[in-house]
Design a protein around this ligand. Sequence first.
Ligand code: ZN
Ligand code: ZN
Length: 355
Amino acid sequence: MDHAGRRARLLQRFDDLGVDAFCTGHLPNVRYLSGFSGSNGHLVVGVRAGVFLTDGRYTDQARREVADLDRVTYAGPPAAAMAQAIGRIGAARVAFEPEHLTYQAWADLADAGVELVAVRGVVEALRETKDAEEIGLIQMAQDAADQAFESIVAKLDEGVTEREVAIELEAAMRRAGADGVAFDTIVAFGPDGAEPHHRPTDRPLAPGDLVTMDLGALVQGYHSDMTRTVAFGQPEARLREVYEAVRRAQRAGVDAVRAGVAGRHVDRAARDQIRQAGLGDGFVHPLGHGVGLEIHEGPWLRATADGLLPERSVVTVEPGVYLPGLGGVRIEDMVEVLDGHGRVLARAPKDLVIL
Ligand code: ZN
Ligand code: ZN
């Protein structure tokens, strides 16, 4: 990974931001800029030099992963060590991330005489555009989820519980090479599908149930995200109609994805299909989100998203309809944003599978 190149792109923003250094302890941003994959690390990026700071648990790991920066291991409060590092590189005005830095750390840095400038979403914006290596890791994470989905379909039997299916999906993703799961797997049978983020229970699978499975894997820090809804036996006619409406919306959303289009335009393209089916009130969340070092990141696909999708970003397209008491349907793919079109990363089928 080209961490130095990423830091160089961050430096190009310094004039606009009016700063001569940037500090972050937000782990996805630390990892993006330095390669560090541990659970505690801070970074100060200055014009001439950068410093990576962590605690004693990670001294060795940092030596391997952050070979091209000065490294500091601290024992006391991180803010004191950061203030020292900022002084050492001679920075005067330091950008910090108000949505990530704790108030305590902010106060400690200010007490130490650091002049702090709040900047929002700068590294997050850089992260939206993926390089080939990042796309490759997201694809590997998706491939693991696809394998898990294929293996579970044969195991959906009457009486199996949501919890058992979730455990099996997670194990299958690990067997397929994932480092872990991208998020807690969602499995919802029948009426439970009316909750978009249902937590798996001991509910047993019954004939006629729709089964919604939302799963993702983690590979070298990169996430995947996919939802499929399948039918266990013949679902009632109403649920079939809902499925077909969501299927049309998902297709319209994927078809609207291309570099340079506004996120809200893609949301609208999918939402219109669900409204036309008279189900608009049941689509209770935005259409999608970016995926990368975080499971939810920019760019966003929602009614208020004016931002244009950058080429080589990765977004989900995940319309859903949720009907309390009856059930729900969601279909979700990750789509790579390309010039003139989008590329779906998943290979699992989207026409209704009736088991
Ligand atoms: Zn999902
Ligand atoms: Zn998602």
